[in-house]
Design a protein around this ligand. Structure first.
Ligand SMILES: CC[C@H](C(=O)O)C(=O)SCCNC(=O)CCNC(=O)[C@H](O)C(C)(C)COP(=O)(O)OP(=O)(O)OC[C@H]1O[C@@H](n2cnc3c(N)ncnc32)[C@H](O)[C@@H]1OP(=O)(O)O
Ligand SMILES: [Co+2]
Length: 136
């Protein structure tokens, strides 16, 4: 794991939460992005070497909608940047961590991502992220 890439926070209303976090962090949201495949709208803030990712459900099917219905707003996942996501997935699966996607999928903010089931990672939803570069 290279670093904590972002902390994902489930929010009920992205616009209100962007305002709250701009006040809290004293820094502007640098990007908003809809990730259709995950049924989420996201907003990003830089904090040092890491980021805060706010996540609003874009429809009732969203994992964020289910999370908020069950637990309310709050910390949803921790994302770690990795050098080689395929190698990390293989390493972690061999150690008994449950992968929630069999191959890396396109995430927000120009990343390939894979999630680990929280029941195998100490109750914390973990996201692995690898930056998508232009290298062939
Ligand atoms: C990719 C775009 C963006 C990015 O950074 O690039 C994102 O981060 S998108 C983020 C949204 N997408 C996901 O979260 C995908 C992975 N998540 C899932 O596949 C599900 O949410 C899953 C499997 C974690 C839970 O779904 P399920 O339908 O099983 O919901 P349950 O409520 O039945 O949960 C089962 C069990 O897990 C506990 N749980 C659920 N969510 C979390 C969580 N975020 N952190 C910790 N624990 C969680 C839940 O409490 C249940 O436990 P139990 O003891 O049975 O009550
Ligand atoms: Co994330």
């Amino acid at each position: 794991m290279i670093r904590i890439e972002h902390i994902g926070i489930a929010v009920a209303n992205l616009k209100d939460s962007i305002e709250l976090y701009e006040q809290l962090l004293n820094t502007p949201c640098y990007k908003t992005e809809v990730v259709e495949s995950e049924h989420v709208s996201t907003a990003f803030f830089r904090v040092g070497d890491s980021k805060i990712e706010l996540l609003e459900a874009s429809d009732p099917e969203s994992p964020i909608a289910k999370f908020i219905a069950k637990k309310g707003q709050g910390i949803h996942h921790i994302a770690y940047e990795v050098e080689n996501i395929q190698a990390e997935m293989k390493r972690l699966e061999a150690l008994g961590f449950e992968l929630l996607n069999v191959s890396p999928k396109k995430g927000a903010d120009n990343k390939l991502v894979c999630f680990l089931h929280p029941k195998t990672s100490g109750g914390v939803l973990v996201e692995l992220c690898q930056e998508i570069t232009d290298e062939a």
